[in-house]
Design a protein around this ligand. Structure first.
Ligand SMILES: Nc1nc2c(ncn2[C@@H]2O[C@H](COP(=O)(O)OP(=O)(O)O)[C@@H](O)[C@H]2O)c(=O)[nH]1
Ligand SMILES: [Mg+2]
Length: 369
């Protein structure tokens, strides 16, 4: 209990030596007489929406509160953790009613442009489309949507669309640590198509594959050797492969490339049981092929639901999520444990100074949990 009253900026070496008065000002309203100087803090706390407000806001489709809810679950701040968990718990029963589509491809493959065209098409059909996107090319903005603004302008303005830029690409190449949670929140807000954009870096495709129902790989026309050099592993994750930018003078070449890819795909392991991954062509500029891709997704969903493959995958993903939540919770309790907070800086110094080996100490820590 006392632990909660500690400001998060307390000295890690002496966590108990801190002023609890400041913290009281934050959480308890109406104590103005003795805490006049903390009015600024009180204001901030009262403008922070409660779990109930966020919950109601998300369910009613309030965009501001939807965005704030995602910000809350994405937060690394200690004081947000429990609140985020409570919110997710409440929203969980309202989630799941969507088709989750992951979109990958090298930078420049046209993912954002494709999402703009595909998303807008779906909105026009009456769907509500949420996009969890990242633009890893824009390093300055920490991988924000800035560079994509012009590419997703229509969808961003569409009342049926919602675009959520992810902060900092990080080492996962655009998969945010909390992408799954953001997806659930969007579903609870009534979005029935979730598009997740990721870039082919490191493990990101594997992580996204484990979060979505359908996985789309965007490729470009290229010489045969380029095709051969493409990682087989990535192709084996995809439920459909799109030879993108099939327009103008590139159209014929794209058709050729599609055939070449189909030849390779024929020999690969399909990503989804009972479904054969094929290559298609599409242009997000002319719009040709966009409609066909939605038909493929629908056919895939229909078949998967009939055979139970769709549900099986979702159940497996849910199981995975439970474990990742447990890991999060354990990590959280470990690092906020008073003994750990007390010992960690000292341990760090000693290990850095070469005075101690980490191994025996980590065993010591494990006893604290
Ligand atoms: N000709 C043509 N150009 C495209 C198409 N889709 C995207 N582009 C262009 O390709 C470039 C990269 O697109 P972008 O969507 O940012 O790619 P991302 O990095 O994969 O998100 C931009 O200049 C787009 O205008 C398309 O279907 N046809
Ligand atoms: Mg992009």
């Amino acid at each position: 209990m006392d632990e909660d009253k500690k400001p998060e900026w307390s000295d890690a070496n002496e966590p108990n030596k801190c002023s609890s008065v400041i913290r009281k000002g934050l959480v308890q309203e109406g104590q103005s007489s003795s805490l006049q100087k903390n009015v600024r803090f009180q204001k901030r706390s009262s403008s922070e929406a409660s779990v109930e407000e966020l919950y109601e806001g998300v369910l009613s489709g309030d965009r501001g509160l939807l965005a704030r809810s995602i910000t809350l679950v994405e937060s690394n701040a200690e004081q947000h953790f429990q609140k985020a968990q409570n919110l997710l718990q409440k929203l969980l029963t309202h989630s799941g009613n969507s088709i989750r589509i992951g979109i990958t491809g090298v930078p420049g493959a046209g993912k954002s442009t494709f999402i703009e065209a595909f998303g807008t098409y779906l909105c026009n059909l009456g769907h509500r489309v949420a996009v969890l996107a990242i633009d890893p090319s824009s390093k300055v903005s920490g991988g924000s949507i800035l560079g994509d603004k012009t590419r997703m302008e229509q969808l961003a303005r569409n009342p049926r669309g919602f675009i959520r830029p992810s902060p900092a690409a990080g080492k996962l190449g655009g998969v945010h640590r909390k992408t799954r949670e953001a997806m659930l929140i969007c579903e609870a807000a009534g979005f029935d198509v979730i598009l997740v954009e990721t870039v082919g870096v490191g493990q990101s495709e594997v992580i996204i594959r484990d979060m979505v129902d359908f996985f789309l790989l965007l490729v470009l026309t290229g010489a045969g050797d380029e095709l051969q050099g493409m990682k087989k592993g990535i192709m084996e994750l995809a439920d459909a492969l799109i030879v993108h930018k099939a327009d103008g003078t590139n159209k014929q070449k794209a058709e050729q490339t599609r055939k070449e890819y189909n030849r390779i795909l024929h020999f690969l392991q399909p990503a989804t049981k009972g479904w054969s991954t094929k290559a298609y062509t599409c242009s997000s500029i002319s719009g040709e092929g966009i409609e066909a891709i939605w038909e493929i997704v629908k056919a895939y969903q229909k078949k998967g639901k009939e055979t139970g493959v769709f549900e099986d995958r979702r159940n497996g993903q849910k199981r995975e999520w439970i474990y990742s939540m447990i890991t999060d919770q354990l990590q959280y309790s470990f690092f906020r444990h008073p003994d750990v907070r007390l010992m960690l800086p000292q341990l760090e110094n000693e290990v850095m100074a070469g005075k101690k080996q980490l191994h025996p100490l980590s065993i010591h820590f494990s006893m604290l949990i």
